[in-house]
Design a protein around this ligand. Structure first.
Ligand code: HDE
Length: 705
């Protein structure tokens, strides 16, 4: 066979083509790998990358081996400090489309023209865990969005919980120290279930509201695609006349909200620690694009003055029933990253990155954040020029006199590096823009300097109570279960008792159930700074009352064996596709199975690699013989008992009863089960049933949850 000579087969190596423009208009530094010749960083072609340079066959390595030294030197410096919080994250690109013009309340350029698209980059994260921790930790999720607008970058750095643990940035280092691993032993990580965290929050009544959210299913989302986002603080919109309107920002997932149950989260973390990032990657890859609407709650001083709570207090929400959320645009994530490090790791968000038309308030937590993020980026990214990294650089023209420093890539030409200057033409450099340049809201301030909390921040329990009472019974059960689980990991009984004493101010039943679950005598009620009041329930706070009503974007896991009925399997696949859902096959061997019609189907997982916790609903399509084999296989029995215990909808062929028997659940078959026959309508009925996501009525019956 004729072979191409090596020298012509390989692409000629050229100097790295510095920057390449991506589909979203962003720039990547392109170092082509494909067919290129392997070189050093200096561009020197490498003949042998397998062995270092030694004296003789078994002799010492030579210091002159610049190829080895360069490779090892660079490797030694590959890591940068992980984020002090939100270390574990995952990012994706997309765009934001404006629905309607908001010219009446803001000059923010991205909100002026309906239909206009602004590129975005989003990074989701957990808060407490280190970079290598697991995705399904019980934790708030970061939801940071960078809008590359035509008037500069706007970072909306949000969480999936609308309130925060503390009211003043001064307490942030204490909060974070308490939740992260304990300093003497270096564990536990990625969990708040330990003494230091509960010691801190039980001494800080202001954290109670957020603690309730953190113990709810909001803290264990099924997918990053199925959770809300909130910017927490009250911000300002500023109009062309400098007038400002208060605004709170919300993200509403168009896929509907959904969470998992705790027992499931624990198992997902073992089965697939990357569950959320894989889910996002897969969804974008298959074109099932995640979407959120951006909502605003806009209000004026009059509302702020009449509201029961201080709109500057970040431990409070404004119920949606009081100020409805107006949906002003839609974000679609349509592209995964090319390089995790360059984009997800190096992206630098900062709440101080606002654009003309958006401003701050005096929320003391927000004011502290305005300092912290820039400061931490310098430490993490090592140079004030991190803004020049392609993921951080604006996509609109920018021009300033800041210069030099480590790794300065965009270096202006010309003489002037100051202003005012009297140079002209290309020499003069940029000038201020008094018309459309950034202007802060004109706000009158006066007062005596002091360290204090305003009296208007003093009610720490009423909204926590409102949150608890607004939940459906299964959600309330989950909150109780979460408190019992977390506090049972606390070794010091006095801390458990102090927390339950606080909970008595939220709801007596809640406190009693938690005390009972801990085997703790009910402690005296903690004395609140302000007696809580009863607020109207807010249905918007429940996940289950705001479910998707659809199985679209969800995954049906089908347990299959050789000899399974081909028609039943095809019916399920068709019904799932019609519903917009995805199917994954789980088989005894990942090589797959051969169905009754002799068709071979590769599997997505083998049984213990694809436990049912990875799916939203399950089906069992086995042959008689296959079911008998699975019945003797512990992971297969767990597969069905877990699906049952996690209240999932289950479809099964009659022959699968052998497996259900062995798993001990044949007597517990309820209205969440569908026995499959060979009719398309039965499969369709099952998929329709799955729109409810879970059969919560089963929950009280199953001890495992
Ligand atoms: Fe952050 N936060 N934070 N935070 N935060 C950081 O900045 C901080 C707070 C949030 O994906 C850090 O670049 C202080 C609230 C997200 O890169 C740091 C206070 C909310 C992310 C920091 C808060 C957030 C961060 C760590 C209280 C919801 C990840 C690394 C005064 C509205 C962004 C970094 C990403 C990251 C400080 C409270 C959201 C240390 C001081 C409230 C989503 O600067």
């Amino acid at each position: 066979m004729a072979t191409t000579p090596r020298s012509t087969r390989r692409a000629r190596t050229t100097a790295p083509e510095a920057f390449e423009v991506g589909p979203g208009g962003e720039t990547h530094q392109a170092v082509g790998r494909g067919e290129a010749r392997l070189t050093t960083q200096q561009g020197v072609p490498i003949a042998d990358d397998q062995s270092s340079l030694t004296v003789g066959e078994r002799g010492p390595t030579l210091l002159e081996d610049f190829i080895f030294r360069e490779k090892m030197f660079h490797f030694d410096h590959e890591r940068i400090p992980e984020r002090i919080v939100h270390a574990r994250g995952y990012g994706a690109h997309g765009h934001f489309e404006t629905y309607e013009s908001l010219t009446d309340i803001t000059t923010a350029d991205l909100f002026q023209r309906p239909g206009e698209r602004t590129p975005v980059f989003v990074r989701f994260s957990t808060v407490a865990g280190n970079k290598g921790s697991f995705d399904l930790a019980r934790d708030a999720r970061g939801f940071a969005v960078k809008f590359y607008t035509q008037e500069g970058n706007w970072d909306l750095v949000s969480n999936n919980i609308p309130v925060f643990f503390i009211q003043d940035a001064m307490k942030f280092p204490d909060l974070v120290h308490s939740v992260k691993q304990e300093p003497d032993r270096g564990f536990p990580q990625a969990t708040a279930a330990h003494d230091n965290f509960w010691d801190f929050v039980s001494l800080m009544p202001e954290s109670t509201h957020m603690v309730l959210w953190a113990m709810s299913d909001r803290a264990i989302p099924r997918s990053l695609r199925f959770m809300e986002g909130f910017a927490v603080h009250t911000f300002r919109f500023i109009d062309a006349d400098g007038r400002s309107t208060f605004v709170k920002f919300h993200w509403k997932p168009l896929g509907g909200m959904q969470s998992v149950v705790w027992n499931e989260a624990v198992k997902i973390n073992g089965a697939d620690p990357d569950h959320h990032r894989r889910d996002l990657w897969d969804a974008i890859g298959r074109g099932d694009l995640p979407e959120w609407e951006l909502g605003i709650q806009a209000f004026d001083d009059e509302f702020a003055d009449s509201f029961d709570f201080d709109v500057l207090d970040p431990t409070k929400i404004i119920p949606e029933e009081l100020v409805p959320v107006r949906r002003v645009g839609k974000m679609v994530l349509d592209r995964v990253v090319d390089n995790f490090f360059a984009e997800t790791e190096q992206v630098a968000f900062c709440p101080a990155n606002v654009v003309p038309g958006i401003g701050f308030t005096n929320d003391p937590l927000l004011q502290g954040r305005l300092f912290s993020y820039l400061d931490t980026q310098l430490k993490r990214l090592g140079s004030p020029n991190f803004t020049q990294l392609p993921i951080n650089a604006p996509k609109c023209p920018f021009s300033h006199f800041q210069q030099d420093g480590h790794m300065a890539f965009t270096n202006p030409k010309g003489r002037a590096n100051y202003e005012p200057n009297s140079w002209s033409g290309d020499e003069r450099g940029p000038r201020e823009d008094p018309i459309s340049g950034y202007r802060s809201a004109a706000v009158q301030e006066s007062g005596t300097t002091r360290r204090t909390r305003p009296a208007s921040f003093a009610d720490h329990y009423s909204q926590a109570r409102q949150f608890f009472l607004s939940q459906t019974p299964p959600e309330q059960r989950h909150i109780v279960g979460a408190f019992v689980f977390e506090l049972s990991k606390v070794e010091t009984e006095a801390i458990r008792a102090r927390m339950v004493a606080n909970l008595r101010n939220v709801d007596e039943d809640l406190a009693e159930m938690v005390a009972e679950g801990l085997g703790l005598p009910l402690p005296e009620r903690a004395t609140p700074a302000v007696e809580p009041i009863d607020l109207p329930e807010s249905p918007a706070l429940s996940i289950l009352l705001n479910g998707p009503g659809s199985f679209a974007g969800r995954t049906l896991g089908i347990l299959v064996t050789d000899g399974a009925d081909a028609k039943t399997l095809a019916n399920l696949r068709d019904a799932a596709e019609a519903e917009g859902a995805r199917v994954q096959l789980v088989a005894p061997k990942v090589g797959g199975v051969t169905t009754s019609d002799t068709t071979h189907h590769p599997a997505d997982h083998k049984v213990d690699g694809g436990p049912s916790v990875l799916f939203d609903a399950v089906a069992i399509v086995t042959s008689e013989q296959g079911a008998t084999v699975l019945a003797g296989h512990a992971p297969a029995r767990d597969w069905v008992t877990d699906a049952h215990a996690h209240c999932k909808f289950v479809a099964f062929v009659p022959s699968a009863r052998t497996l259900l028997d062995a798993a001990g659940i044949s007597d517990e078959i309820d209205e969440g089960y569908v026995e499959l026959d060979r009719r398309k309508t039965t499969a369709a009925r099952f998929l329709k049933m799955c729109r409810d996501l879970r059969l919560w009525d089963r929950e009280p019956e199953v001890a495992a949850v």
